[in-house]
Design a binder for this molecule. Structure first.
Ligand code: COA
Length: 382
């Protein structure tokens, strides 16, 4: 396998972007990444997107987006893995460069959700149709079940869940690309409209539009294009049952555990070696389970550590300096690539007011559904 580097990155602002179509968003992010890398061609392209068919009635994104980017003719395909589509597209691009098949690969993620009249239905197609969605359960509902079980088993409190949202909004307020750039308090979260008990509006990631792109190439060519190339040390992926009732223990996200273990093994690293991480906080409880299942904190203690500031920007392991899905926004197919964009900016030392000090090794974790897919990447400065 060849070593792989990220030599360019770019993203759109995330939010309710009425004046931009799906193709506009993708092209905007792709041009930023191409300019950043300084490449004059692309050999191949992967696009992470969960459900453009249901959200905007458009399938066949590989060819469409290559055409609108002005690179029609190259191999280009869409990758779907629910909300982990972006992370899975990154993994495909990584494999393609590592294998020697292509040198310059563009990996993008895009979703245009706010034009859709029934987003909750579209999102629920990533749950088990026969055993979950058919009975009316939604994603906030599924994560509420996980939250209740976590509270029951480990004593996680309502306040501790709220601290995840408070921390991520504090970080997002420093991110010009974030959808919600306002700070909130624990009381705001607890008193917000209830969505699925115990989760309120401010425990949930929002419905968003946006796109993000990175350019990959073999590490040996990277210096030709980029002064600060960022190496991808590892790519780990895993799956679990889609339906929650089929899991042994719904407070443990097995796919997250396995994907992280695989990535750490490949990189020859441990959780304590990571300086900064972007993880899939689609709901506050998700971030708590993920930091436990990756191994950043002891199982059951995620809420306690978050409330103590362990995962804050100046904490022991800063989690979601971008604001995460909660504050930055969650255009589902774009999220996994946007996480990589943030980690690349952090490792380059370009993250402005939300810069994590001395960040040299970063991790991204992107999840599909209620944890049925997970992709972990580990990055380092060269
Ligand atoms: N966080 C913070 N503010 C939010 C928000 C969120 N998640 N969602 C909406 N808002 C704000 C809106 O900006 C709006 O503010 P305004 O009145 O000042 O303009 C207000 O809350 C109401 O927004 P609205 O669009 O009517 O909300 P909604 O009730 O239609 O949707 C949720 C709220 C939480 C149900 C929706 O965001 C949701 O379904 N989120 C989860 C998405 C999801 O499941 N993703 C996949 C994860 S696996």
């Amino acid at each position: 396998m060849r070593e792989v580097a990220v030599i360019g990155c770019g993203m759109t602002k995330f939010g309710e972007l009425w004046d931009k179509s799906l193709r506009d968003l993708f092209v905007e992010a792709a041009i930023k990444a191409i300019d950043d890398a300084g490449v004059d061609h692309i050999d191949s392209m992967y696009v992470g997107c969960m459900s453009s068919g249901l959200f905007v009635g458009q399938e066949h994104l590989g060819a469409l987006l290559a055409d609108y980017l002005g690179v029609s003719g190259i191999p280009s395909a869409r990758i779907e893995s629910a909300c982990a589509s972006g992370g899975m597209a990154l993994r495909q691009g990584f494999i393609e460069v590592a294998s020697g098949m292509s040198d310059i690969v563009l990996v993008g993620g895009v979703e245009k959700m706010t034009d859709c009249h029934d987003v909750t239905y579209a999102l629920a197609t990533a749950a088990d149709q026969e055993y979950e969605a058919y009975f009316g359960v939604t994603f906030p509902g599924l994560y509420a079940l996980i939250a209740r079980a976590h509270m029951e088993r480990y004593g996680t409190t309502r306040e501790q869940l709220a601290h995840v949202a408070v921390k991520n909004h504090r970080n997002g307020a420093l991110n010009p690309n974030a959808q919600f750039r306002r700070e909130i308090t624990v009381e705001d979260v607890i008193n917000a409209t209830k969505v699925a008990d115990p989760l309120t509006l401010l425990d949930c990631s929002p419905v968003s539009d946006g796109a993000a792109c990175v350019i990959l190439c073999p590490l040996e060519l990277a210096k030709k294009y980029q002064d600060i190339p960022i190496k991808i040390l590892a790519s780990g992926a895993a799956t679990d049952t889609i339906a929650l009732h089929q899991r042994e223990d719904i407070t443990t996200l097995k796919a997250v555990k396995l994907s992280a273990e695989r990535a750490f093994k490949q990189a020859g690293l441990k959780p304590e070696d990571i300086d900064v991480a972007e993880v899939h906080d689609c709901f506050t409880i998700a971030e708590i389970c993920i930091i436990e299942d990756i191994g950043f904190v002891e199982k059951g203690k995620g809420g306690e550590y978050t409330a103590k500031g362990y995962t804050a920007l100046d904490g022991k392991i800063p989690i979601n300096p971008s604001g995460g899905l909660k504050s930055k926004g969650h255009p589902v197919g774009a999220t996994g690539v946007a996480q990589a964009v943030e980690i690349v900016e952090q490792l380059r030392g370009n993250a402005g007011k939300r810069q994590v000090k001395n960040a040299r090794i970063g991790l991204t974790q992107n999840m599909g559904g209620s944890g049925a897919s997970s992709v972990v990447h580990i990055f380092s400065v060269v």
